[in-house]
Design a protein around this ligand. Structure first.
Ligand code: HEC
Length: 138
């Protein structure tokens, strides 16, 4: 019975979180463009993951995990984790090179690509990030 209650409370919290944020079509489109230029070589054009190709000394052959689709973002719990990881560690050969807005747009693209939220009029903001759950591997 208590488990059931916990489940219902969790469901309500999830629903609340789902409606509390959004992103614009512009943000996700920009994010997709940055992704295709700066990330797709390793993570695949569709974001389904891949292997670091030749020409990336020290990283070549490493597995680049999927960021969209099945098994996406395996180590990320929230959109804040994605933002911080990408901002500080990606692209792997040039970490720290992405601007804040570009990184936020990439997060918007991830939300779209993983069906976590649909585009709307309300833009995604930095404040939203900690409350957005990434359903790792959906
Ligand atoms: C040169 C290849 C390369 C490029 C370019 C690159 N990545 Fe990565 N990425 C990797 C590798 C390899 C890993 C795994 C790192 C590890 O295992 O420590 C990774 C891990 C990640 C993860 C962690 C996913 C998880 O849950 O574990 C995210 C998110 C990510 N990359 C996003 C990006 C984004 C966004 C870009 C473009 C701005 C990008 N990457 C560019 C190779 C790359």
């Amino acid at each position: 019975m208590q488990d059931r209650f916990a489940l219902i409370v969790t469901a309500i919290i999830c629903l609340t979180v789902t409606v509390a944020f959004a992103y614009t079509e512009n943000q996700s489109t920009r994010g997709e463009q940055v992704f295709s230029v700066k990330c797709a070589k390793c993570h695949g054009n569709d974001g389904h993951g891949g292997q670091v190709p030749d020409g990336y000394d020290g990283y070549t052959g490493m597995k680049a995990p999927p960021v969209a689709g099945p098994g996406a973002l395996p180590h990320m719990d929230t959109a804040q984790n994605v933002y911080t990881f990408v901002k500080n560690h990606m692209p792997i050969q040039d970490p720290g090179s992405l601007g804040k807005e570009d990184t936020l747009d990439i997060v918007a693209f991830d939300l779209k690509a993983n069906n976590i939220a649909q585009p709307d009029k309300k833009p995604l903001t930095f404040k939203d990030l900690p409350s957005i759950k990434i359903h790792g591997g959906s």
